[in-house]
Design a protein around this ligand. Structure first.
Ligand code: AMP
Length: 207
């Protein structure tokens, strides 16, 4: 089974991808994670990617499609988290899947109000060691990760960059929902509920 998760920033794509991958034994493919790995290097191209990500801007479709092609050749059964993010990526992805004799089985569209997403961004912390993601309430104490490491904020998880990322999402990514709706692949899930409730709704769609 191959799934795509589409959602605005901080709708819980990463969290739900992990739940889905564990439950259905699928491979998590997050272009954001792949790019953060590239951006941690020191060459000019990596620094350019890092700068764009910190500003909440998109990386070129060419770079993204190369990353994807290399990964999906290696394995079967994926949850695509944060990809495709532009109509061009979606169209090129279709061609690539056809070439590799693969297909998308379902596209889950996680919906959440901008206000709720913005609040989640403010309270979102990640573990630099194991990659776990935590969401804290405004007056909650920031505790260390379950692995013991101190949590940090992602450079692009602040209110200003959120505004840019949300605009980019509405302009570039939102139109691909209709692209997949026309193919009969879209299932909409309300992501303003708790993570477990959202996952229950996703399972109801997939089972
Ligand atoms: P994410 O972890 O999905 O929130 O992605 C973090 C950042 O990585 C985004 O704000 C973009 O700068 C970049 N990014 C991730 N996926 C893509 C993609 N499919 N196309 C272009 N840029 C991407």
């Amino acid at each position: 089974m191959n799934l795509i998760l589409i959602a605005p920033p901080a709708a819980g794509k990463g969290t739900q991808s992990e739940f889905i991958c564990n439950h259905y034994n699928l491979n998590h493919l997050s272009t954001g994670d792949l790019l953060r790995e590239v951006a941690s290097k020191d060459d000019p191209k990596s620094l350019e990617i890092k700068e764009l990500m910190n500003k909440g801007m998109l990386i070129s479709d060419e770079i993204i499609l190369d990353l994807i092609e290399n990964k999906i050749k290696e394995n079967e059964g994926f949850v695509f988290d944060g990809f495709p993010r532009t109509l061009n990526q979606a169209v090129s992805f279709d061609k690539l899947l056809e070439k590799l004799n693969k297909k998308i089985d379902k596209v889950i569209y996680l919906t959440v109000d901008k206000e709720v997403a913005s609040q989640r961004i403010a309270g979102r912390y990640v573990c630099p060691s194991c990659g776990s993601v935590y969401n804290f309430k405004p007056d909650e104490e920031i505790t260390p990760c379950k692995c013991g490491e101190a949590l940090i904020k992602r450079k692009d998880d602040n209110v200003e960059t959120f505004e840019k990322r949300y605009d980019v999402y509405m302009n570039e990514t939102f139109p691909i929902i209709d692209f997949y709706r026309e193919k009969g692949l879209i299932s909409e899930v309300d992501s303003s509920k708790t993570p477990t409730e959202v996952f229950d709704d996703i399972k109801a769609v997939l089972d």
